[in-house]
Design a protein around this ligand. Structure first.
Ligand SMILES: Nc1ncnc2c1ncn2[C@@H]1O[C@H](COP(=O)(O)OP(=O)(O)OP(=O)(O)O)[C@@H](O)[C@H]1O
Ligand SMILES: [Mg+2]
Length: 232
């Protein structure tokens, strides 16, 4: 199986070298757990270290916050954007149920157009602007993942949760559709990451310390955090 190296320090060695190529990974966590920074770093490392073009589709976060993050972590996105190695796509969700799949297909179309090998959709929880019905979301996310697989794009879908360890997704269906699930936790002052599933991969079953510092995000592959210390 080919692997897409995430380039996130500490992560690849916990998942046999990287995400399975063309897979979709759910990155779940409550507000402020580091989902957006993780997503940006995944694209930045892909473009800088592995020469893989990537697209960041944002469904809600204003470019302002992305810009702050890029500057703050000294990631020089501008030349990568100029070289078409990174593209940022801003979506304005409209409360029109019929429009949802067309919008998602547009993400796939644009990713295909630029030859993206990596994609971040931040966040799929924003689909609730269109609908609250989990069966509707299930259908649309299934379709999205299917289309992304056919263009060989390895995708991180972020998802907002309430933060408890058994709260994996917003609609209760996303974790069944994706090939992998990574949960991020923040129990102040401690941050942690847990690889809950990674299809076709003998992954770490431990909860690892996760950090956000001046270099971006990182995971400590050698240290373990006790399951009991994470709030439910
Ligand atoms: N330079 C930095 N050094 C250390 N920690 C930082 C730095 N910049 C941001 N952070 C931490 O990262 C958090 C924000 O991370 P991020 O925006 O990725 O979270 P998120 O999971 O996307 O949140 P949301 O669900 O609100 O979008 C901040 O609240 C802060 O705790
Ligand atoms: Mg965010």
């Amino acid at each position: 199986m080919n692997r897409t190296k995430t380039g996130i320090p500490g992560l690849d060695e916990l998942i046999e070298g990287g995400f399975p190529e063309s897979s979709s990974i759910l990155l779940a966590g409550s507000s402020g757990t580091g989902k957006t920074i993780f997503g940006l770093e995944y694209l930045y490392r892909g473009a800088m270290d592995y020469d893989e073009p990537g697209m960041y589709a944002t469904l809600e976060e204003g470019p302002q916050n992305l810009w702050w993050n890029m500057q703050r972590f000294h990631w020089n996105f501008l030349p990568l954007q100029k070289d078409n190695k990174i593209q940022i796509l801003k979506f304005d969700p409209r409360p029109d149920d019929t429009d949802m799949d067309a919008q998602l297909s547009k993400i796939v179309e644009k990713a295909h157009e630029m030859g993206a090998k990596r994609l971040v959709v931040d966040s799929i929880t924003a689909l609730m602007f269109w609908t609250e019905r989990s069966e509707r979301v299930r259908y649309s996310v299934y379709n999205l993942i299917d289309q992304l697989r056919s263009i060989n794009c390895t995708t991180v879908l972020t998802c907002e949760t309430t933060g408890g360890k058994s709260n994996i997704s917003r609609f209760g269906v996303e974790e069944f559709l994706t090939d992998g699930v990574i949960q991020l936790f923040f129990n102040p002052p401690n941050r942690a990451a847990f690889i809950r599933k990674m299809r076709g991969t003998d992954h770490s079953k431990k909860i690892h310390p996760f950090a956000i510092d001046e270099n971006g995000v990182s995971i400590d592959p050698r240290e373990e955090i006790l399951w009991e210390s994470i709030k439910d």
